[in-house]
Ligand binder design. Structure first.
Ligand code: AHG
Ligand code: MN
Ligand code: MN
Ligand code: MN
Length: 336
């Protein structure tokens, strides 16, 4: 009977997206096919991450990426898996990866109408100690399939048609929005399927947690410093916020989305644009936060309004519970 329906009504991510796409009569299943290839990539990386320690997949790959970071073996493997899966879907035309200096323009014979920007493995510094890591992706529609250029991926985040992340932690959780709210799916390894476990995620309006690398405090600007001070020494007599910082954006954002609070990677004197990359870290997480009723701010504007000019461009970001981010917006406005 109804109470047990959820045990047998296996809502897989594919069925869920097909249901959503059925609301768009013009869609011919291309997005569902693209998503199924992203899901395949996530399943592969999840399996590789889970046996990394055993399969000698930890440690350095001996190369350095365009970010100036030493690539880990899993960074390289994950990147190859996603590039191959996305190209073989036949539904993509431009790819931007954190691990590739240049954008990939898909051969016309395999070209589709979607542009995918992605961080194949986020939180690489946490791989060797087994702390949660993830994959982040954002999807744009190409402007003109017969005339593809970098402009197709240098679009503001508000033009994304979908965004999501997969977190490889105690369970493998994929969080996705196609513009109608946010849903979370958990991989059932025995079925090899992502099952809907977190329908219609909404972030609490205000939270009790803040998430930032306090080690950069010496170099913060005044509004950021004032905000963090208020978290620790609230002036309105409320209790101080707790600090939770994992160092993997996917894990820090996932906790913020479910529990509420604020995640911030501010600018500082050393890195005036902060550390996080606009296309495949700031935009997808900002898209999800807005879809879940939260907001995302760069210190100057709504994060999704930012128009990138370079594919690996960075931006400061403050994202999470609506009311918490409002406080940062007010502090930066007072600074002007
Ligand atoms: P990546 O591993 O994809 O390069 O991203 C790492 C990012 C992000 O995951 C995290 O929020 C941030 O780096 C942590 O930076 P700090 O170690 O400077 O705090
Ligand atoms: Mn990196
Ligand atoms: Mn990252
Ligand atoms: Mn990465």
């Amino acid at each position: 009977h109804a109470a047990d329906a959820h045990r047998t009504d296996l809502m897989t991510i594919t069925r869920h997206v097909l249901n959503e796409q059925s609301k768009h009569p013009e869609s011919k299943g291309d997005f569902t096919i693209l998503l199924s290839h992203i899901v395949l990539g996530c399943k592969f990386v999840c399996s590789a991450v889970n046996k990394a320690g055993l399969a000698k997949l930890i440690g350095l790959a001996g190369e350095t990426n365009v970010q100036g970071e030493e690539q880990k073996k899993l960074d390289v493997l994950s990147n190859e898996v996603f590039v191959k899966a996305l190209i073989s879907s036949g539904r993509t035309c431009v790819l931007v990866s954190e691990e590739d200096e240049e954008a990939t323009f898909v051969d016309p014979s395999l070209r589709g109408k979607y542009c995918v920007v992605f961080d194949p493995l986020d939180g690489s510094s946490n791989i060797d100690c087994g702390v949660s890591i993830g994959t982040i992706f954002g999807i744009y529609m190409v402007k003109d399939k017969d005339n593809v250029s970098l402009d197709d991926v240098l679009q503001p985040g508000k033009h994304m048609v979908a965004a999501g992340y997969c977190m490889y932690g105690s369970s493998c959780t994929l969080v996705l929005s196609t513009g109608n709210g946010v849903n979370g799916f958990t991989l059932d390894p025995s079925l090899g399927e992502f099952i809907l476990t977190h329908p219609d995620i909404k972030i609490p309006k205000r939270g009790k947690l803040y998430s930032v690398n306090e080690g950069n405090a010496k170099n913060w600007d005044t509004p950021t410093a004032k905000f963090v001070e208020k978290c620790k020494f609230p002036e309105d007599g409320s209790s101080p916020k707790s600090l939770r910082y994992i160092g993997s954006m996917v894990a820090d954002v996932h906790r913020t989305l479910l529990y509420g609070g604020i995640f911030l990677y501010p600018a500082d004197k050393k890195s005036p644009n902060g550390k996080l990359r606009v296309l495949y870290e700031v935009f997808p997480m900002s898209f999800l936060m807005e879809q879940a009723g939260g907001q995302a701010f760069t210190g100057e504007q709504r994060a999704l309004d930012l128009v990138p000019t370079k594919i690996h461009q960075r931006s400061p970001v403050f994202l999470g519970s609506y009311d918490d981010v409002e406080e940062i917006v007010a502090l930066y406005a007072a600074e002007e």
